[in-house]
Design a protein around this ligand. Structure first.
Ligand SMILES: Cc1ncc(COP(=O)(O)O)c(C=O)c1O
Length: 424
């Protein structure tokens, strides 16, 4: 049923196939690796160097005048991302901003959106939230003089299950009721690959008078998002995973336009968030720029952000619709092939814990290995596949529609079939 020819035919029919040539594919001993690690660090677009060189050239030739006269004037650099980011997260251009890094942005927005008052102090989070989110949330709670242990309500899967059920999330929100201040979740969980129903979670939070914020590190450039329509209060992300903008690349933030004036919110302010028309008057009183731009602190790190531009230009050209279509098709192909072909007696016992429904996942499959996961991971790596291992027993594999092929998926699943037994 699954053949190399079949995989090659799928590649020939793939409308995004030409994009692979726009990326550098890492090699080992002169041979291309099969790279399934876009959930951790996306690959380098070949165009990135040109974008960086342009800024270097402008700096060398123009010095300070580059702020106005560079090909992409540095003074306005943050505005060059609004349209593309808005398309990726389903927002208005004024609701998004490229700035800082994910955890910094999370702190900035928790400062604005987590304002515990009276009984309304609680925060709902996933029990397996990414560590940095936990540190950020816990430290913010402590800043308010509260105890994280008393404030945080953890969402945990049911016994013998690995992912959350929407009905349980809704029930937890409902039960917290008027004690709930904030639901702070990921869009796609980094460990399990589960994509949550952001719209339903936001609605449930609003119904009890709470706010809903999301960490979209594993969602942006991966799953379809309509943050504005869903009424999400705020969101943050990084751009070095699916957005291929390079290690430590600039992060981003979304703030719903209902907070555009920002007058009712507390915030940590900096000069780049000040109303643009009078930023250089250096007045002592802070007057925020309308929209997400008002949360900026500092002027744009241009050499970092130009790599982001190089990448977003590729996303603009490909379009999220085609990316999501291919991602869903490829990840289903991978799962079906693993389930059908991994039946090696005495092989490593594996199971996929990522939900099967395409609405509940993006392009990552989390493979649980029942014993000796590290050993299996080493075998996979030695064979030239790049994915990653999360202690104690999860191997994460992500297919990136812009540079992965069905043929690569075929080779990976074939390799797994030689070593594993699928257990459900
Ligand atoms: C889900 C999630 N949240 C937060 C972070 C931290 O991001 P940063 O180092 O850009 O602050 C990461 C990093 O991989 C992540 O995967």
């Amino acid at each position: 049923m699954y053949s190399l020819e079949g995989a090659k035919t799928l590649d020939e029919q793939d409308e995004l196939r030409s994009f692979r040539a726009q990326f550098y594919i890492p090699e080992r001993d002169g041979k291309q690796l099969i790279y399934f690690c876009g959930h951790s660090l996306g690959l380098q677009p070949k165009a990135t160097a040109e974008y960086i060189n342009q800024e270097l050239e402008d700096w060398s030739k123009l010095g300070v005048e580059g702020h106005f006269k560079a090909k992409h004037p540095w003074l306005h650099y943050h505005t060059f991302f609004s349209k593309s980011l808005a398309a990726l997260v389903g927002a208005k251009p004024s609701e998004v901003i490229a700035m800082n890094s994910l955890t910094v942005n999370l702190h900035l927005l928790l400062t604005s959106f987590y304002r515990p008052t009276g009984k309304r102090v609680k925060i709902i989070m996933e029990a397996n939230s990414f560590s940095s989110d936990v540190y950020a949330v816990y430290s913010q709670i402590k800043l308010h003089g509260l105890s994280p242990k008393k404030v945080v309500i953890e969402l945990k899967p049911r016994k013998n299950e690995y992912t959350l059920r929407m009905e349980d999330i809704a029930k937890t929100i409902h039960s917290a009721g008027n004690e709930l201040s904030l639901v702070m979740m990921s869009g796609v969980n980094y460990l399990t690959g589960q994509a949550y129903d952001i719209e339903a979670i936001t609605k449930a939070a609003h119904k009890v008078g709470a706010k809903a914020g999301f960490d979209l590190a594993h969602s942006i450039g991966n799953t379809p998002l309509s943050l504005h329509k869903w009424g999400v209060d705020f969101a943050v992300w990084c751009s070095y995973k699916y957005l291929n903008s390079g290690p430590g690349a600039v992060g981003g933030a979304y703030i719903h336009e209902r907070y555009a004036s920002g007058k009712t919110l507390h915030r940590l302010a900096g000069w780049w968030g000040h109303d643009e028309t009078e930023r250089f008057l250096m007045k002592p009183e802070f007057k925020p720029s309308p929209g997400a731009a008002g949360w900026q602190l500092s002027n744009a790190p241009v050499f970092n952000m130009c790599a982001h531009r190089a990448s977003l230009d590729i996303f603009d050209a490909a379009g999220m619709k085609a990316i999501v279509k291919k991602s869903r098709s490829m990840v289903t192909y991978l799962e079906d092939m693993l389930v059908a072909r991994c039946n090696k007696e005495m092989g490593y016992a594996i199971r996929i814990i990522t939900p099967r429904s395409i609405d509940e996942r993006g392009n990552q499959l989390s493979i649980m290995v029942h014993k000796e996961a590290q050993q299996l991971f080493n075998l996979i790596s030695d064979a030239g596949f790049v994915c990653d291992y999360r202690h104690p027993n999860i191997i994460r594999v992500a297919v990136a529609p812009l540079y992965n092929s069905y043929e690569e998926v075929y080779h990976f699943a074939t390799f797994m079939a030689e070593h594993c037994k699928y257990v459900s």
